[in-house]
Design a protein around this ligand. Sequence first.
Ligand SMILES: NC(=O)N[C@@H](CC(=O)O)C(=O)O
Ligand SMILES: [Zn+2]
Length: 433
Amino acid sequence: MAQWLIKNGHLIDPANGLDDVLDIRIANGKVAAVGKSLSAEANDEVIDASGLVVSPGFIDIHCHLREPGQEAKEDLLTGTASAAAGGFTTILTMANTRPVIDQAIIVAGMKHKIQTDAVVRVEITGAVTKGLEGKELSEIGDMAQAGARAFSDDGYYVNDGRLMRAALEYASMFNLPVISHSEDCCLVADGVMHEGCVSAKLGLKGRPAEAENIAVSREIMLAEMTGGHVHIAHVSSKGAVDLIREAKAKGIKVTAEVTPHHLCLVDKTIESFDSAFKVNPPLRTNEHIVALIEGLKDGTLDAIATDHAPHAYEEKDCEFNEAPCGFAGFETAFSVLHSCLVQTGQWNLQALIHKMTAGPAAAFDWKDRGHLSVGGLADLVLIDPKKEWVVDPHAMLTRGKSCPFTGMEMVGQVVRTMVDGKWVYQDGKIIRN
Ligand SMILES: NC(=O)N[C@@H](CC(=O)O)C(=O)O
Ligand SMILES: [Zn+2]
């Protein structure tokens, strides 16, 4: 197996408190050494990482790989290639597939397919309810035993509080989180964008922030009642941030994530009627963005998650009201946040890397990921923090070519990704080992 000595990079490993120019040696798929001026051993291939940032591989706890069943949108090959290009070495894929991942046998089938097709580590979410129908609990225990790492009906709120309570109780027996897509179904009904001045002006039906706040409060109360771990997906409202902050202070087991698009885009973009901006929960306003950034800074929000939700271009290429929600997110995530929040002085690179590595790992208690400890997994990325590029979805590896960041100028990009001690991505290309 190849051995690597990556020299002179700016190594940022928040879990280990490292932020310095350091060398790192990789051997046998593990981190063999981290330190100043390490000397190459026989068989080491030396990489000069001067000017580059070396980070633990990113962890995405919310994505949609569309397999099984919707391969026109994405599959394990294209989805994990896209993840590798974005610097993600572990991703958690959601259960809203066809068929829905709601039985142990489907989890097992996915695990098998992942072994042959995936270039990054893929973890699996099982559905909370059978067929995501919100009527009957799925076989949570069986799926946990088959290797599911979380449970979620993402795409839908589990409207029946009794089912959500039971899901939290069962999942907690396996120490696994239940991930909530928190939007009250009745309040969002057929809304297509954030409810506010812009939706009123455009005459489009709204999804109020209150729908999210109400949904989040129930989840917090059920987590307190059951002692289970609830994780709030794609937090987008100020009210939700406040509720989660309060719940954490009380010691309730709640964790939360925020997406790059909710941090960097507002509802006003929809004045173009471009369906690339259509997503659930919807893009909101600056007031919400300020609260989300505050939530990241004070630890209320544990992780950045992409909610990579690709659709075939033809599906998105239609009237705003008719278009499906969501878009690809892996290949823009780091660059968008680096350009939009770090370059503008609102945040710093160390904190951004923390929320993409140690943050998600700690939220889901994935102890072997999100750090570059000696003896640990060699999952890492090299980032060129100065690289300038323009977002062009047609140059991306995902099949989801509709992207709300199209044409935006970026500063900073992932240039190499290593999983398990092997390079899987370099300068625009996937390396299949
Ligand atoms: N976020 C979205 O707008 N869409 C997601 C579902 C989801 O995460 O809610 C999808 O699967 O397309
Ligand atoms: Zn969702």
